[in-house]
Write a protein that binds this ligand. Structure first.
Ligand SMILES: [Zn+2]
Ligand SMILES: [Zn+2]
Length: 243
């Protein structure tokens, strides 16, 4: 998760008490969200683990604002900077979704997630076809690939690549890791405002752990015999399925 959301820094052990952070509970909860986001990214191809981490992430994101609000009497000019931030995000589609998603998870059930996969069959350098298919949310990568291979008649050598994409039915236009990264960025800004209002330029709470790293595992590749299906249409190769 690299999105310019770094907070005032100067890092020490995350278990040590903070002496400078004006909002330690909210700040720590935001860092927890970072851990959950990466755990969800790492489990992108494993439906149950992805769901579990996504649920924790969405609840944690919401709790950041609850924790800030609970401290408002202690925070200088709270109504000014928090009110301005609130007005700036209140009509944002993704921020509104985050509030509603948290309420659904806490009060009703899991999100109703849809999953698609961009399937690319590479027979050789010149013969490659791809198609976006619906994948049942509970399907693991192994089951998805097994299902695809068994559905195609002519056997040949090649490579199958699957890029999965998760969305919530109430926010179909945004991939879920992308949406939650956006929410995280908005919350990091308000936590940063809290530091600024308290005159804290350098917070001694720990930085994000684990370190951000690229390459969330949204892609599975299988080499070996794949079956050719002429019905698969060629599509542009610059498709961006999962941001
Ligand atoms: Zn990160
Ligand atoms: Zn802090």
């Amino acid at each position: 998760m690299r999105d310019g959301t770094a907070l005032p820094s100067a890092y020490c052990c995350s278990m040590s008490p903070s002496s400078t952070c004006p909002v330690p509970s909210a700040h720590r909860r935001l860092m927890d969200c970072h851990v959950h986001w990466h755990a969800a990214a790492d489990a992108y191809m494993e439906p149950e683990t992805f769901r579990l981490n996504l649920n924790s992430l969405i609840q944690g994101l919401r709790n950041v604002t609850f924790l800030l609000q609970s401290q408002k009497r202690d925070l200088p000019s709270f109504e000014n900077w928090y009110g301005a931030w609130q007005r700036a995000v209140k009509d944002d589609l993704v921020m509104r979704w985050a509030v509603s998603a948290r309420n659904r998870i806490v009060k009703q059930s899991d999100l109703e997630m849809h999953s698609t996969a961009l399937v690319r069959l590479s027979f050789d350098w010149l013969n490659e076809v791809e198609e976006i298919v619906e994948v049942p949310p509970h399907y693991t990568t192994h089951r998805t690939i097994a299902g695809l291979l068994s559905a195609i008649p002519d056997l040949t050598e090649g490579v199958v690549t699957i890029e999965r994409r998760w969305v919530d039915v109430e926010l179909p236009s945004r991939e879920l890791l992308d949406a939650t990264r956006f929410v995280y960025g908005c919350l990091a800004r308000v936590v940063k405002l809290a530091h600024g209002a308290a005159g804290i330029a350098v917070c001694d709470l720990a930085t994000r752990k684990p370190e951000c790293r690229a390459g969330a595992a949204r892609v599975a590749t299988v080499h070996g015999p794949v079956r050719r299906r002429p019905a698969l249409a060629r599509r542009p190769r610059h498709h961006d399925p999962a941001n």
